[in-house]
Ligand binder design. Sequence first.
Ligand code: V47
Length: 377
Amino acid sequence: MLPLASRIRDPRLLPLVDKVLRGERLTFDDGLLLYETPDLSGVGAMANHVRTRLHGRKSYYVVSRRLSYTNVCYTHCQFCAFQAKPGDPRAYALSAEDIIRELEKPDNAGVRELHMTSGHNPKLKIDYFEDLFRKIKARFPSIHLKVFTMIEMDYYARISGLSTEAFLDRCLAAGLESCPGGGAEIFDEELRERICIGKKDAQVWLDTAALCHRKGIPTNCTMLYGHIEEARHRVDHLLRLRDLQDRSRAAGYEGFLAFIPLAYQNEENELSRTHVIHETTGTQDLREIAVARLLLDNIPHIKAYWVMISPGLAQIALSYGADDVDGTVIAEEIAHDAGAKTPQGLTQGDLERLIREAGYEPLERDNLYNTYETAAV
Ligand code: V47
């Protein structure tokens, strides 16, 4: 294979190549350069070098079901098309029985992960979640419960009159096993105030994630990009995640398992009604994956979330730093309500084929990245 430096067209990237080859950490200014350089294929080659060092040709996916227990939400996230205010005819909250009935449907056979994020509904307190988790685990003991963004956890703890730690302890005892990475949006305080009015700030998100890590439950992390943010906001966001992961790892915890860049979907939401914001482009999506792989040197997995960037681009992203395509993602609402044109779920066979055709080895995983022999699909 050609040496990495020979793949670089922008000479300003050469000092970064040296760092990548030595496994040395990149700085804030390096991050800005990775966003600014026109040499996307050079950035991709560096990211692919790191991806190959960590994971070889392996590419992971999970058989996953999405479910939102409520769409009622009191926050005013300008980018969100999913939320409904109380009184809205679309507003709903599901009972444990509703969720179990849904999971019993035949298209959920083989689901390993139940991924639930929702709105901030003032009617739902700790008893609701304990009941939900206990009943789901009693009926489906092998389904992994991955629930709550860090902001939801903080909210539902507060309205239950509990500290976040006490709320989390009770949820863990009832069956919660890990947390998805949503709600991070963009950490920059000034920008966050503009795109998610009334939502808790970055420090709350980071402190809650740190608490989860200390309790021994793995979490993911995300960044919403492609709206009104600039490169400096994205670098700042990624480095705040890296910094927390350093602290969690130094204290002996697993911390973040995966980072997922979330491409802004620009329909049916307030942000796109008040600003002209184009769909993210293929090169922008690939650069986000690559920059994340290069800056987040302490987070093991980078996901190419096909729901938001398309299955075809997710295939290419596997050569730009991603090692995970998330999963079957049955019944996704948040991205589709905001205009995502991707299918409502892929089959295991689709995912295996996408990964294989991109030149990688597909591996079915669970939430903790244990892998499984997949029956012929
Ligand atoms: O929290 C909301 C974001 C998140 C829009 O942890 C939007 O494995 C784009 O967190 N355009 C939910 N994004 C999705 C999420 C996620 C996805 C895949 C994997 C994992 C994981 C987590 O989506 C929300 C919010 O940050 N979001 N509206 C929108 N218009």
